[in-house]
Design a protein around this ligand. Structure first.
Ligand code: ATP
Ligand code: MG
Length: 570
């Protein structure tokens, strides 16, 4: 772990764990787990849960955190998701040692627990249809109706459940339900379904099973089997807690974990529901789960995010019990802060404007020395070629500059980074469109390296590349995937209404020759343009592709300043 990482701030969950340790509640043990369902790729919200669960474990002596797949719904699950989740948690920097578990490994044990409930008269086989069960469940204000199957004898229930397992029945013809209370104010307690028949193969158990446990039944018991002490989950599971506890109480298990809920992460201009992310992938609104615009761990990684920056982000946002939306500018701030220290500086031009340096010898090429990172001299220097024709950025020149524009203009002198002072002496325009297509400049040979011996000052320093030496690469510039801060805000408007049609811009990119052969995944700061990462999928030695991770504009600092101002006024 790097130095910049924070000691975790205290929060209500850490306080509970600390108190439990003090009281020796679980014989001094701290065991947590991260329990994804393998029905999609992990996203930045999961990272919050991962950092919390693994964090709590590693902060406490002897604490452990398991990685467990809650793989009880084979219809939506896939081995591809299992593999990506394992890769992502590891990439984030966490280690579960040999404790990689699957709820499906417990299927036999879970079945035996269900039989135990039946024997205790706490569960029954119900033969109502799914619709009938739904209709008889009642509403928040009216109680439900008891199923006619509720009075089946233990013997009959045992027999039917065995035959469900043996594959004698069609999907949907029977379910196993808990016998609790059809009038409970908590709708989840109105005889919830524990098992259903699904005659589809499972990615791990094949066709061994045709009945599968429901999430609420499998989750609490899997936690218990693993000896979890603190079962951390997001707030929407608060109403499930009563059922979690009921099941464990009925079965009188040795380990009864404590479920604690925290607020899920919501991020502005983003959706973090797997169902919605699946839709974006399936419909082709994005190129895949690892599209650099996706809030998935694999998308962020491909975009150029480091695992440190994501962990730092998760520490910064903290853990609370109240739902809120975190500004995506904070995530961008975290990667900027990290890359500022580690990324090598280079130059490239996005929107080229040709500049001919009239008094520079036509066949001369100089190798000029450039710093790899002005913030860290230990990163050394490199050579960049300079010649009589260069590209600068189109928006670094204005023929008729307004007052505060300090960059190049007719008659004006500016500095070329690591090279010379140049002065604009002539502007060439397209006759038809009037567009500026070429500039002619002169350079001052005495200003080599970028400073003048006579102390003459210039107000701007421009980045540039030598036209003859530049590599023509491709770059992908990204904007938020959604144009609305909260795409989920209106219940009756589909979130995709707010997809940003300009979230991706693909452009040629003229980059300095030192980048020849740049390794996929390597990260750079292109001076004045932002942080970029060599694309890990599409880039090759023949065709370099750069993803822009983030621009250099720090919107988070601006937001914080504005907030401080507001507070002062109060
Ligand atoms: P869905 O989006 O379909 O509701 P999920 O995101 O809850 O699914 P799981 O695989 O069940 O998917 O999540 C694994 C763990 O990650 C759970 O403990 C869940 O509470 C947590 N988690 C999921 N989304 C977030 C989020 N946005 N912020 C914090 N934790 C989350
Ligand atoms: Mg879930």
């Amino acid at each position: 772990m790097t130095k910049t990482e924070f000691t975790p701030a205290s929060n209500f969950i850490r306080n509970i764990v600390a108190q439990d340790l003090k009281d020796n509640k679980n014989n001094g043990r701290v065991v947590t787990r991260f329990p994804p369902e393998p029905n999609g790729y992990l996203h930045i919200g999961h990272a919050k849960s991962i950092c919390l669960n693994f964090g709590i474990a590693t902060e406490n002596k002897g604490g452990i955190c398991n990685l467990r797949f809650d793989d009880t719904n084979p219809g939506k699950e896939d081995i591809e998701y299992v593999e990506s989740i394992i890769e992502d948690v590891r990439w984030l920097g966490f280690d579960w040692n040999d404790r990689l578990f699957y709820a499906s490994d417990y299927f036999e044990q879970l079945y035996q627990y269900a039989v135990q409930l039946i024997k205790a008269g706490k569960a029954y086989v119900c033969s109502l249809s799914a619709d009938e069960i739904r209709e008889s469940r009642g509403t928040l204000t009216t109680p439900g109706k008891e199923s006619p199957c509720r009075t089946r004898s233990v013997r009959e229930n045992q027999d039917l459940f065995e035959r469900m397992r043996a594959g004698e029945f069609e999907d949907g013809s029977h379910v196993l339900r808990a016998k609790i209370d059809m009038a409970s104010p908590n709708v989840l307690m109105r005889d919830p379904t524990l098992y259903r028949i699904r005659r589809i193969p499972h990615h791990r158990t094949g066709d061994k099973w045709c009945i599968y446990p429901m999430y609420d039944f499998a989750h609490c018991l899997s936690d218990s089997i693993e000896g979890i002490t603190h079962s951390l989950c997001t707030l929407e599971f608060e109403i499930n807690r009563q059922l979690y506890d009921w099941i464990l109480d009925q079965l009188n298990v040795d380990c009864h974990p404590q479920q604690i809920e925290f607020a899920r992460l919501n991020l502005s201009y983003t959706v973090l529901s797997k169902r919605k992310l699946v839709e974006l992938v399936d419909v082709g609104n994005v190129s895949g789960w690892d599209d650099p615009r996706m809030p998935t761990i694999s998308g962020l990684r491909r975009r150029g995010y480091t695992s440190e920056s994501i962990r730092n982000f998760c520490h910064r946002i903290g853990v609370a019990r109240r739902d809120s939306i975190v500004d995506i500018a904070l995530l961008e701030y975290s990667i900027r802060e990290d890359l500022n220290k580690r990324a090598q500086r280079v130059m490239g031009v996005l929107r080229p404007l040709k500049v001919v340096i009239d008094n520079y010898p036509e066949n001369k090429v100089e190798e000029l020395e450039a710093l790899n990172n002005p913030e860290d001299p230990s990163m050394g220097t490199r050579k960049i070629p300079f010649s009589c024709v260069i590209y600068i950025e189109q928006d670094d020149f204005l023929e008729d500059p307004p007052k505060k524009f300090f960059r190049l203009a007719p008659g004006r002198e500016v500095r070329l980074r690591y090279a010379y002072y140049i002065r604009c002496v002539r502007v060439v325009k397209d006759e038809k469109t009037g567009q500026v297509v070429e500039l002619h400049c002169t350079y001052d040979p005495d200003t080599r390296g970028g400073s003048s011996p006579d102390g003459r000052k210039v107000k701007a320093t421009l980045h540039w590349v030598s036209t003859a030496h530049a590599i023509k690469a491709e770059t992908r510039l990204y904007d938020h995937l959604f144009i609305k801060e909260n795409p989920d805000e209106e219940k009756d408007v589909n979130f995709k209404t707010y997809l940003n049609p300009n979230s991706l811009e693909i452009r040629p990119f003229f980059v300095e020759p030192s980048l020849s052969g740049a390794a996929p995944g390597s990260r750079y700061q292109f001076e004045r343009l932002g942080y970029f990462c060599v694309d890990s999928v599409d880039s090759s030695d023949q065709a370099l592709v750069f993803n822009r991770t983030v621009t250099l504009r720090d919107t988070w600092a601006r937001i914080q300043k504005a907030q401080q101002k507001k507070q002062k006024k109060r």
